[in-house]
Design a protein around this ligand. Structure first.
Ligand code: ZN
Length: 334
């Protein structure tokens, strides 16, 4: 998508808040308290998972809310692109493009088209504050049952953002930053669709931005661990995304490099940074994989987290042996 030429605002862990240039998304973490408690809960749940791999894939119900310009319904994005995005989700999360099969799939269950004037809202485009405060409460489907996916022209150069899972009501957990009617994804319509697999006739939109944001929605962190870093200094190599099968990385990677050579975001003494991972910032053509640990984290969230446990039918329990080991640095935290 040529993201290297784009400047976005990114908020990450409160402890390490920063404004970063060249960022893919504007997803906000809840804070360190939430993070540690979340990882502890996840670790315990992983240990409890059944050893046998049984069940059917998690089939997540997606409810689109498309905010059209006031020039007429459908002036924003056609339904076929919404379906192509679902196709992109299923290719990415099944491992068809690379990486593991996460056993997570998606269906389009509802599509609601709205216009600003009909809702009493100002003309498009919007920033995230306006979307969260005004648009979402008016248009959200039940977040206990559906993954809300707002397709909204965004101000500036932001491409999208998502809301992380929370454990509201449990001891020691941060619960104040994610009202139910704000839960879900927000993606600019220029990023919605797919140009892979059966959708190659669409030569422009790859749909990877939304894949990345669903990763956040299901509890994944950026592969460099969200510390402050860049491509030229080894200062985030001690941070973690809580998955040992994504090697430490020195900040986000930008661009789409040749396959030969070690990435400039790689950390000394570690395998090459996984710049092909959906949770990096590489250009879309270079992103093609989730790892086993990331799949496990997402499955745990779907099994455990409020407003995630009811958004799907089916459900797959992975082998515990493949899920427990990737929690690098966890013991250091506790
Ligand atoms: Zn992100």
């Amino acid at each position: 998508m040529g993201i290297q030429s784009i400047v976005l605002v990114l908020s990450v862990l409160c402890l390490f808040s920063l404004v970063a240039a060249h960022s893919r998304c504007a997803t906000k973490f809840g804070g360190e308290e939430h993070t540690i408690a979340f990882e502890k809960e996840m670790h315990q749940h992983m240990r409890q998972m059944k050893r046998a791999s049984t069940g059917t894939p998690f089939q997540i119900r997606v409810a689109y809310i498309v905010v059209d310009y006031d020039t007429g319904a459908g002036t924003n994005i056609p339904d076929i692109r919404l379906d192509q995005q679902i196709s992109q989700f299923n290719q990415a999360f099944s491992g068809a493009l690379g990486g593991v099969d996460t056993y997570i799939r998606f269906t389009r269950n509802y599509t609601r088209r709205v216009t600003p004037s009909a809702l009493g809202l100002k003309p498009l485009p919007y920033d995230s504050d306006y979307i969260d405060a005004r648009l979402k409460p008016l248009t959200s489907y039940n977040p206990d049952l559906y993954l809300n996916f707002w397709v909204v022209p965004l101000e500036g150069l932001t491409l999208g953002y998502a809301v992380f899972p929370t454990f509201s009501g449990l001891d020691g957990l941060y619960s104040g930053s994610s009202p139910a009617n704000r839960d879900g994804l927000v993606i600019d319509p220029t990023m919605v669709g797919s140009n892979t697999g059966a959708n190659k006739a669409n030569t422009v939109v790859s749909g990877i931005t939304a894949v990345h944001e669903v990763g956040h929605y299901l509890g994944l962190r950026h592969i460099w661990g969200d510390g402050q870093g860049d491509e030229n200094q080894y200062d985030t190599c001690g941070e973690t995304d809580y998955c040992s099968d994504t090697p430490p990385a020195n900040g986000p990677f930008y661009g789409c490099p040749a396959t030969n050579g070690r990435s400039k975001t790689s950390c000394p003494g570690y395998p090459d940074a996984m710049i092909t991972n959906y949770m990096d910032y590489s250009d879309d053509p270079c992103l093609n994989r989730f790892t086993q640990c990331q799949a496990g984290r997402m499955q745990v969230v779907l099994n455990k987290s409020p407003r995630r446990t009811g958004v799907y039918v089916g459900g797959f329990v992975s082998a515990a042996s493949s899920l427990v080991s990737p929690l690098k640095f966890l013991l250091k935290l506790f």
